[in-house]
Design a protein around this ligand. Structure first.
Ligand code: OAD
Length: 247
């Protein structure tokens, strides 16, 4: 299915010096990683991610939460960037100032070659001590589930942001800065439901940026965005990069 990119958007992008993109789980869907709000597969179907990705769940049943993340880590390890990730990495080469802000924890943008990815919600492939907060690369693979911190014996946990936890300050500041100064802001594959990420496109709108939403469904942003491209990430992004910069 061909996709028409409006000529006015093409012109904006050809003259653009500073752009930002916020990505959500929809950008990883075509790489085989279920989105946050899709029903989960297999034995995890009966669990609601919003109940597992919380400090309370980890407190109550650390083993269950660790095993859920182990399942998701395996999905991530098997996943590869899709054509949309590669197109986004190309876009960064054409726009002098380009900030890629992601809510995803799967590292697929980095794998596709996007530079300086701003990870608002951490990264599932990193593990940290739940007590000290330090990143831990290796631990005794004893029968302990979750494994224990080799330094202090505390429980290990994925280095991701759980519901109710604060986001990494540096990442959030860089994201606000990018939304505040960009000329074009893309919101791609996100339901625009979870704060503070969901405010970023509106901050961009307020300072006069051209806001482009790419999502097959409508979201709370759709009514305010300057452009809504109702297609799939892996289809729309390559067509857009080709239309603006000749691929
Ligand atoms: P959601 O699962 O809430 O939304 C995924 C969005 O992607 C939906 O709007 C879909 O319509 C869209 N989508 C699905 N397939 C797509 C495709 N092929 N191309 C483009 N769009 C597609 O995921 P997020 O919005 O990322 O945070 O959720 C935000 C946060 O909610 C997550 O980062 C997570 C959760 O709380 C934490 O874990 C802290």
């Amino acid at each position: 299915m061909g996709f028409e990119i409006p000529a006015s958007l093409i012109n904006h992008l050809r003259e653009c010096h500073s752009a930002a993109a916020l990505s959500g789980a929809g950008t990883s869907a075509e790489s085989g990683i279920p989105t946050f709000r899709e029903a989960q597969a297999g034995l995890w179907a009966r669990y609601d991610p919003q109940e597992l990705a919380t400090p309370q769940a980890f407190q109550q049943d650390p083993r269950l939460v660790w095993e859920w993340y182990s399942w998701r880590r395996d999905l991530v390890r098997k996943a590869a960037p899709n054509q949309g990730h590669h197109a986004l990495a190309q876009m960064a080469m054409h726009i002098p100032e380009f900030s890629l802000i992601t809510q995803n924890v799967d590292g697929l943008h980095q794998q596709a070659g996007s530079p300086q990815v701003i990870e608002l919600h951490g990264n599932i492939l990193r593990t940290r001590c739940a007590l000290e907060g330090t990143l831990i690369e290796q631990w005794m693979s004893a029968e302990d589930i979750p494994p224990r911190c080799p330094n202090c014996g505390g429980l290990l946990r994925p280095d991701v942001v759980w519901f109710g936890e604060s986001l990494p300050v540096d990442a959030l500041e860089r994201a606000y800065h990018a939304a505040d100064r960009c000329e074009v802001f893309f919101s791609i594959g996100t339901s625009t439901l979870v704060e503070p990420a969901a405010s970023l496109p509106f901050i961009a709108l307020q300072q006069g940026a051209v806001v482009v939403e790419i999502n097959p469904q409508s979201t709370p942003l759709s009514g305010s965005a300057n452009y809504v491209l109702p297609g799939l990430f892996s289809v729309v992004l390559p067509i857009l990069v080709q239309a603006v910069w000749g691929g």
